[in-house]
Each structure stands twice: as C-alpha cells, then as structure tokens.
Design a protein around this ligand. Sequence first.
Ligand code: ADP
Length: 164
Amino acid sequence: MYVQVVEMKALYPGSFDPITFGHLELIKRGCDLFGEVIVAVLKNPHKNADFDLKTRLNQISEATKGINGVTVISFEGLTVNCAKKEKADLILRGLRAMSDFEYELQISHTNRSLNSSYETVFLATEAHHSFLSSSMVKEVARFGGKTEHMVPEGVAKDLKRLFN
Ligand code: ADP
C-alpha cells in the first residue's frame, strides 16, 4: 500500500487478449498509486485478436469487479486521443524485462511527440508475474496446459473453450 499524494486518473491501454494476473497486478497497483485506472482495450482492425472485443471487456470487468477505482472501456485509434477524451492525467504501462523496454520507450516517445501533455508511467512487474504474457498463456492453453495460476478463473475457462 502506498501513501497517495495526488488523486490522478491513469489510462492503462493494451490488447488484453486475454487479461493475465500480470495485467491485474498493474491495475491494482495503479489504483493504489493514483486512485483511478481506466483500462482501455484497443480495438485494432489490423491485429487479429483471439478473443473478440466484447469477450475481452467482459473478462476484464469480471476480473476487476472487487477493485475500487477501475473503469473498463474500449477505444480505436491513438492512445493520446483516448487519454484526452477520458480526461486522463497519465498513461500507465508495465515493464516485465529488458525485452519490453525498447518497444515501450518507442511508444512513449511517439505519444509524447503527438501530445506532450501525457507522461507515460512505467511500473516494473513483480518478479513472479514477469514471465506472463497473453501470447504465452494462449500457447500453454493451445497445448492443453493449465492456466489457472496465470489468468483469472473466467479467462481460464474461456481459454479451455477456445482451444478444446
Ligand atoms: P499491447 O498489445 O499494447 O502490448 P498488452 O495487452 O500485451 O498490450 O499489454 C498491455 C500492457 O501491460 C503493456 O504495457 C505490457 O508491458 C503490460 N504487461 C503485459 N503483461 C504484463 C505482466 N505480466 N506484468 C506486468 N505488465 C504486463
């Protein structure tokens, strides 16, 4: 638990295809730090998601229903435009390992170049969640492995349904 200095609204954008315990950790810590987190699910026509938008929104709403300060929305287009529309104060992203760093740095510079009002705040994920990614979780499920320790209960069920 942190001492919250100023109440702020953080926009946490991503594909969340599907949400994992790593994402959930970031949402909880974001709420503790800033008071409010808007989870913004990207509707990207150029990226083929395994779970459709409605399912991803339901999965996140279900997984975050006990956390105070969370709103779940979908968006299309630029993250900075979504941040402006939602009256967010900052953009929240997670860093798992060095491999995330280059990509995340590039996105944050791009966003600053588009609208310098938005700082990106990075939280380093807890070590025990640092191996988790949506694509790895799907790979495990595709080969019949257990995912209950990686994703919320409802998502584990959805994964079974998707790959069985
Ligand atoms: P994108 O397609 O935009 O990379 P993701 O849904 O994969 O979206 O991830 C959204 C954000 O959550 C990114 O900042 C990513 O680094 C972070 N993230 C993903 N997995 C984890 C994890 N296991 N722990 C903490 N943060 C994570």
